[in-house]
Design a protein around this ligand. Sequence first.
Ligand SMILES: NC(=O)c1ccc[n+]([C@@H]2O[C@H](COP(=O)([O-])OP(=O)(O)OC[C@H]3O[C@@H](n4cnc5c(N)ncnc54)[C@H](OP(=O)(O)O)[C@@H]3O)[C@@H](O)[C@H]2O)c1
Length: 310
Amino acid sequence: MPSPEYNARDSHPSLEGKVILVTGGSSGLGEQCVLAFAQRRPAMIWLAARNLSNIQATITKTREDVPDAAIRPLQIDLNSFDSIKRAASVVLSDSDRLDLLILNAGAMGLPPGVSQEGYEVHFGANCLGHALLTKLLIPRLNETAERREVGDRKPDVRVILVGSDAVYRSPNNTIHFDRLKSDCKEMGTIGRYGQAKLATALFGRALARQSPLLKVAVVHPGVGATNLARSMVEAYPIIRPLVYLSSFLIQSPESGVRNHLWAALSPEIVSGEYYTPVGQIGHVTSEVRNDDLADKLWYWMEGEFPQHGF
Ligand SMILES: NC(=O)c1ccc[n+]([C@@H]2O[C@H](COP(=O)([O-])OP(=O)(O)OC[C@H]3O[C@@H](n4cnc5c(N)ncnc54)[C@H](OP(=O)(O)O)[C@@H]3O)[C@@H](O)[C@H]2O)c1
C-alpha cells in the first residue's frame, strides 16, 4: 500500500514505446498527467479536449520541461458522438497501438442541459462520451494487449477512469435510467454530477469484467484546486470567494494527480477496483461496486449506441 508521501514520478519505470491518450489533458489533473507521462518518454501522448488553444498551451508548457515530448493534440467534445467518432478515427489511423487510456475529462456545475444526442450533459461528458470513445478504441487496446514484446512479454494495457467521491450525491444513490435522456433539472447541479460520477464508476466496473485483457481502475483524486468549479462559479457568482479561499486549503493539481499516476503505473493495480487517494481500495458508497447496476448501465449504453449508428 503506498504511503501518504507516495510520489509516482520517482516510483515507476519508463513508458518507452507506449502510446497514451489523456482526455481532459489541457487543464488541472489531466495536464499534470501529461507532464508526468512525458517525463517517462512514451512514444506518443494524445492530448484530448475541446479547446485547441488550451491544448497547445499545455503542450508548450510540457515542452519547457521535456523539450522533445511527443504530444499530439486531439480535439474532442465528449458531448458529441460525431466529435468522438472523428477523434477515435484519427487515433486509429495514426497509432498502431494504445497502451494507456486515461478517461480524465470531466465537468461539474453545468446548468441544466443535454448533449448533442439529447443526454444529460454531466452524464455525457463524464461517462457516456467516454464509454463511446472506449468502445471505438477497444479493438486497438485489445490488439496491443495481445502483442508479444521483448522476452515474449505481453504489454500491460490499462484504462483508468477518473471518478469522484461525489458519487454519494446521486439522488437515491442510484442511476435514474428514465431521466438520462433529459436535462435532469430536478436533481440540482450536484445531484447531476453525482449521478454522472456514479455512472463513471459503474462503467469502469463493467468494463473491467467485459475486458479481461485490460486492467481497468476508477480513481477518486481527492479535492484539488483546478478549473473544475469554474462553471459553478459562473452560474452562482456568490460562491466565488468561497472557491477562491478553499483553493489555499485543498490539494494542488501536482498532488491531486497522484492517484491517477498510481493507477496508471503501479504494478499493484487490481482490475475493476475503485481507488481513493492514493492507491487504496475504498469507496464512499458501496454502490460503486454494485455489479448488477454496473451491468444494467453497460447494457443500457450498449442499447443506446446503435440508435446513433454505432
Ligand atoms: N478537482 C477536483 O477536486 C476533483 C475531485 C474529484 C474528481 N475530479 C475529477 O477529475 C477530473 C479532472 O478534473 P479537473 O479537476 O482537472 O478539472 P479541470 O481543470 O476543469 O479540467 C477538465 C478537463 O476536461 C476537459 N473537458 C471538459 N468537458 C469536456 C467535454 N465535453 N469534452 C472533452 N473534454 C472536456 C477540459 O477541457 P475543455 O474545456 O477544453 O474541453 C479540461 O481539459 C474530472 O473528471 C473531475 O470530475 C476532480
